[in-house]
Ligand binder design. Structure first.
Ligand SMILES: [Zn+2]
Length: 219
């Protein structure tokens, strides 16, 4: 059996714990993780938690509400936003369920669902309270650092690390956070490639168009 890092649970050849630096954020980050995503070799949630003292992962399939997921009633859901694509919404804006614009600077916390697109959809549908929160429809300015290592159905799907850090920048957190964590992520991708732990693959033909009903289409 190959050696595994005790901290990140990755094979030692793909461990990036030596590159982690801490960044303070004003905002909290809540990462909802599907149980099957836990030890994904290219997973980035663990890097976020190791780097950002205000980030935490909760593993599960459903929670009653934000307070339940955070294990505190102190959080005000109106000051939180969930990152989830919405084809009907303008890019890089936070909106209420009713479609009103929210100033990203006013947010106290960000929620992200960690996992492949199909697992993210599962968690989205199993947690109807998410659809009532403010929502941030992120439109990344560049393709994911994952490159060919992970085929996602749309260009807009980037790693959990890239979405969270882009959202933090949008909220007015120092851009060094996004840049610093992107460096760690690039190192992870490089080490996984060098160790040939994940074969590069192409998106299956037609996968861009194939569909999932646009999430959260408002009635
Ligand atoms: Zn490690």
């Amino acid at each position: 059996m190959e050696a595994t890092c005790d901290t990140c649970h990755r094979p030692t050849v793909a461990c990036v714990c030596d590159r982690i630096t801490k960044f303070q954020t004003t905002r909290r980050i809540l990462i909802l993780q599907h149980p099957q995503e836990k030890d994904a070799i290219l997973g980035t949630a663990q890097i976020l938690v190791a780097s950002l003292p205000k980030a935490e992962i909760v593993i599960g399939l459903s929670w009653r509400n934000l307070g339940h997921a955070l294990r505190t009633e102190a959080a005000d859901p109106r000051r939180w936003a969930v990152l989830f694509p919405d084809r009907d919404a303008p890019a890089n804006q936070v909106r209420t369920r009713a479609g009103e614009t929210v100033d990203p600077a006013s947010l106290q916390g960000i929620i992200v669902i960690d996992g492949t697109w199909s697992k993210a959809k599962t968690l989205w549908w199993r947690n109807p309270w998410l659809n009532k929160l403010n929502r941030l429809n992120l439109e990344p300015s560049k393709p994911s650092i994952y490159g060919s290592l992970r085929a996602e159905p749309r260009r807009a799907f980037v790693s959990t690390l890239e979405s969270v850090t882009a959202a933090l920048t949008l909220c007015g957190e120092p851009p060094e956070i996004e840049a610093g964590l992107a460096r760690v992520f690039r190192t992870l991708v490089q080490r996984v490639r060098d160790a040939k732990l994940v074969p590069a693959r192409r998106a299956p033909p037609g996968s861009r168009a194939r569909g999932f009903p646009p999430p959260g289409r408002r009635r």
